[in-house]
Design a binder for this molecule. Structure first.
Ligand code: NAD
Length: 395
């Protein structure tokens, strides 16, 4: 095992800060078995964002180009947390330089680029360099617990899944133009939050076999240009010059799993739902509900023969559930946790794999680039269905 691992994060935006904070805490989650983690650099073309994040999260420096990070001898592990259309160039450059890469979802903005990235990842892995993708919600304790209940037979085979990922970052027409509103059909809400929801659905229910009933809609077709750099979903002052929104504000579709069926809706214009990943999964022995707005609990229905007294029960998550025992500084029942903690578990899992800890000693591994391609194939099928009046697309 290496004596230490030098870490960098490329992108100091909304999710980049979550990665930067996660590497800070990763070695303090669970037993202290990781090599020393050195927080080396935050890379951002916006030097102000980069320098602020480096100071805030305790990184030694900031760099203004990804090439500087690729060339740096003191960096081993890099998170790539920038616009989807930039992932390919940066990831390929980093892998060629021998850096272990954790890339944000979706893997890229086009399926062709994603496939090339997966090829690069396979070659890199043959040289001992890892490339993984951060589908953060698999680290959400409630979601991981429902998966366990399905797999261990408590809930059993899935009959159907109903999922929505409603956000409202674009519901105001004054929300400024950003990279999120640019790209081909399916690169909007579908790629942004539909990537999470489809990944979660297969994580719980198994492989999707076909997609049908695809629909993509752009509700607000132009956006004002910002007068300063936009981070994440921030509302900055805007000019009176507008540019066209190129992609979807809303997407809906149906899916057929190997076992069971599903319906999906995603949106970035769902007023009042800032970050509502919600689903219900109905199984042969009962059902479960999850709502990201209440991440410390799930609702569980078990058909346990109580007839008229049966009903959904609230299960408060704690040390008896995935990730919590040892994974929070105070891991007592009902202490509460949220989405930022999931980034910590993700960073920990990636560092464990890079450090060479065995599967048995580690958290579940991060998803591979091949899984990232698979996810983009699903999103591509939704888009193809939508462009063909809801046609059934077999995967
Ligand atoms: N896992 C999650 O929950 C989650 C949440 C949000 C975003 N994301 C993903 O993270 C990625 C970034 O999203 P975001 O919301 O943080 O974006 P953002 O717009 O907030 O931040 C992007 C940052 O990248 C910087 N940048 C632009 N070009 C660059 C370049 N060539 N080199 C270095 N830096 C550059 C920008 O200055 C900006 O600070 C996307 O792939 C997105 O899908 C994941």
């Amino acid at each position: 095992m290496a004596e230490s691992l030098g870490v960098a994060v490329i992108g100091a935006g909304m999710a980049g800060k979550a990665h930067a904070a996660a590497y800070r805490t990763a070695s303090a989650l669970y037993s202290p078995v990781l090599p020393q983690v050195r927080l080396v650099s935050i890379g951002d073309v916006n030097a102000e964002f980069g320098s602020l994040a480096a100071r805030r999260f305790g990184y030694e420096r900031n760099d203004a180009s990804w090439q500087a990070i690729a060339e740096a001898d003191d960096i081993d592990v890099v998170s790539v947390v920038i616009a989807n259309s930039l992932h390919r160039e940066v990831v390929e450059g980093l892998l060629a330089a021998g850096k272990h890469v954790l890339c944000e979802k979706p893997l890229s903005d086009t399926l062709d680029d994603a496939r090339v990235m997966a090829e690069a990842a396979r070659s890199a892995e043959a040289r001992g360099t890892l490339a993984r993708i951060g589908f953060t919600f698999r680290r959400t304790p409630g979601i991981a617990y429902i998966r366990d209940l399905i797999r261990n037979g408590t809930l059993g085979n899935v009959l159907h899944f109903s999922g929505r990922y409603w956000t409202d970052y674009g519901f105001s027409p004054a929300a400024p133009m950003s990279w999120r509103y640019k790209g081909g059909p399916g690169s909007g809400a579908l790629a942004d939050v539909g990537s999470h929801l489809t990944y979660v659905s297969e994580f719980l229910c198994g492989d999707i076999r076909s997609i049908s009933g695809g629909r993509l809609t752009t509700a607000i077709d132009k956006r004002p240009l910002p007068l300063s750099a936009v981070m994440g979903h921030d509302h900055v002052a805007v000019s009176d010059t507008y540019e066209a929104v190129e992609n979807d504000d809303y997407a809906a579709f149906n899916a057929e799993f190997a076992s069971g069926a599903g319906s999906f809706e995603v949106s970035r214009v769902a007023a009042g739902h800032a970050n509502s990943l919600q689903f219900e999964v109905f199984c042969e022995n009962g059902g479960a509900k999850f709502d990201q707005r209440r991440p410390n609990e799930i609702q569980l229905f078990l058909n346990d023969g109580h007839g008229s007294r049966n009903g959904y029960r609230q299960v408060i998550l704690g040390p008896d559930h995935p990730y919590i025992a040892g994974g929070l500084a105070m891991d007592a029942p009902e202490v509460g946790f949220g989405q930022n903690d999931a980034f910590g578990y993700q960073a920990r899992a990636f560092l464990e794999e890079v450090a060479g800890l065995s599967d048995a000693e580690s958290l579940p591994r991060c998803a591979t680039f091949d899984e990232g391609v698979r996810n983009m194939e699903l999103l591509g099928a939704v888009t193809e269905s939508a462009l063909n009046n809801g046609k059934k697309i077999t995967l």
